[in-house]
Design a protein around this ligand. Structure first.
Ligand SMILES: Nc1ncnc2c1ncn2[C@@H]1O[C@H](COP(=O)(O)OP(=O)(O)O)[C@@H](O)[C@H]1O
Ligand SMILES: [Mg+2]
Length: 224
């Protein structure tokens, strides 16, 4: 089977006026369906930049991004947004939930931008919250939840459109180690159920829960 997602020689430069920063210096990576991949590296090594490009949140300065055998490198933001909404779920360190909004409504939000029929939104969101063991907190506002609960809402939100890939950028960075462990166990469970997961972290121990690790250093993958 061809890879689900692939980058070819991706370079990303940030132009800061006087200086240019090369955050990625030619990264080629392939992700297969059903994989649990960790992208590991120190702070500033280029992990988030790579994740943003692989997740179609940003475009490379040069190189190519191929998703489901389609070269999306030169797609316009409107078309990238459509693919993102359908195919990709994101989980961030800072949860990025709407604070005064219920867990349920936070999870419903991405459905509003999809072509999923409106009369199924509530049921789908409830199913996802049950799956992350938050069935009893659905009507709480997200600012009434603990960090671990917030991250589980974020995971439910990332899953609700049934994306092909989940990206998680330092998802346990704001959690204590026990709660962090519960979140990583949840990713393992989701991967066992067939989800493709890409975990981005500076924490080498945490990365061990993934089935494959790639190391990024100064914008290059190990061995390149
Ligand atoms: N929007 C930006 N503008 C300028 N420089 C950036 C931007 N985003 C990241 N960088 C720089 O690119 C490099 C890689 O950053 P990043 O991908 O965030 O690394 P990591 O996630 O591994 O900590 C760093 O030197 C960082 O300062
Ligand atoms: Mg980062």
């Amino acid at each position: 089977m061809p890879p689900l997602l692939k980058t070819i020689n991706v370079v990303k430069e940030y132009d800061l006026g006087d200086v240019k920063i090369q955050a990625l210096r030619g990264v080629s990576v392939e992700v297969n369906k059903g994989e649990f991949l960790a992208i590991v590296g120190k702070s500033g090594s280029g992990k988030s930049t790579l994740m943003h490009i692989m997740g179609l949140l940003d475009t490379p300065t040069s190189g190519e991004v191929i998703m489901n055998e389609i070269n999306v490198t030169n797609y316009k933001e409107k078309d990238l947004a459509r693919i993102r909404n359908k195919e990709i779920g994101f989980v961030f360190q800072s949860f990025n939930l709407l604070p005064r909004t219920s867990a349920l409504d936070n999870v419903i939000l991405p459905l509003k931008y999809s072509d999923v029929p409106r009369n199924t939104w509530r049921k789908k969101a409830e199913d996802m919250l049950n799956m992350v063991d938050l069935g009893n907190r659905m009507n709480n506002k997200s600012n009434e939840l603990s960090g671990g609960q917030k991250q589980r809402v974020a995971i439910a939100r990332a899953l609700v459109n049934e994306p092909s890939i989940i990206f998680a950028d330092e998802p346990t960075g704001n959690l204590d180690s026990k709660t962090g462990r519960e979140i990583t166990d949840l990713f393992s469970r989701l991967n066992e159920q067939g989800k493709t997961i890409i975990l981005v972290t500076h924490d080498e121990d945490l990365a061990k829960i993934a089935k494959r690790q790639i190391i990024i250093k100064d914008g290059l993958l190990n061995g390149e």
